[in-house]
Design a protein. Structure first.
Length: 266
């Protein structure tokens, strides 16, 4: 099975300017394709920006198959690159902090709603999702999705490991002073669960927040295959099924589990 070259777009875009962010996404998809990537991953709430005024969030929310989604499907199809993007999703009266994966042919592959909402802003603005494991197949690689704070709960990531996720996509809005999550927690999650983790952050000041960048592709062997700095940039990393298989063969964590001892967790 061939490797999946993955582009991580570390960018905050323009707050509240969907049209400009779609333009930036189109340009990024073109760059990703020129760089040989089959997948482009953006940050949490990339479509609208993260630090929206609370009363502005419902007006920016769109259905998963709305106008912006159709535009992004056309972008993916035009450049032949799968796209994972974060956005506020409307479903009836509920608004979710969501991320959607669109295939290189423009097909809607998977939509995930953030299950663990961080802080007062998110808890006031969004309804929490209730499906922890959302997956899709991308070129023979089983891709899972979660968002930012979700990855800090080990039970969440372990559920993906047990469901066979090979590559976990985590669009994020990681802010100061929690950069240790990007630097340390994410590589550990990849190692202890034997998967790749693509953690893609925003960067710079936005409203009351200061996003720290440091996007990375962490590998099941415990190494970081690519790491961004603190500014806007696109970095590339390879998701290698051969390395993944060898690492799973050599690492006994999932085989040595004793689920009968863990009943107190639930």
């Amino acid at each position: 099975m061939p490797t999946l070259r993955t582009a991580l777009l570390q960018s905050s875009g323009r707050l509240g300017d969907v049209a400009e962010n779609l333009k930036a996404l189109d340009e990024a998809a073109a760059r990703a394709a020129r760089g040989g990537a089959g997948l482009l991953v953006t940050s949490e709430m990339f479509l609208t920006g993260y630090a929206l005024d609370l009363d502005a969030v419902p007006g920016h929310a769109e259905p998963r198959d709305g106008e912006s989604a159709r535009t992004i499907a056309a972008i993916a199809r035009r450049h032949g690159v799968a796209v994972l993007y974060g956005y506020p999703e409307r479903d009836g009266e509920a608004v979710y902090n969501s991320a959607q994966l669109i295939g290189p042919d423009g097909a809607f592959l998977a939509n995930y709603r953030k299950t663990h909402l961080f802080g007062c802003f998110e808890q006031d603005a969004f309804t929490p999702g209730d499906i922890p494991v959302v997956q899709a197949d991308l070129g023979g690689i089983r891709v899972g999705i979660m968002i930012c704070y979700d990855v800090e709960f080990p039970e969440n990531v372990r559920a993906h490991a047990l469901a066979g996720t090979d590559l976990l996509l985590v669009p994020t809005a990681q802010m100061h002073p929690f950069q240790f999550v990007a630097e340390h927690v994410v590589p550990v999650r990849a190692f202890e669960n034997q998967m790749y983790v693509a953690y893609v952050n925003r960067t710079g000041p936005e409203g009351e927040f200061e996003f720290v960048g440091l996007s990375c592709l962490a590998s099941p062997d415990g190494t970081t295959r690519t790491r961004a700095g603190r500014g806007e940039e696109m970095v590339f990393g390879e998701v290698d099924p051969v390395l993944l298989g060898a690492s799973r063969e050599n690492n006994p964590y999932l085989r040595d589990r004793r689920p009968g001892l863990y009943a107190s967790l639930v």
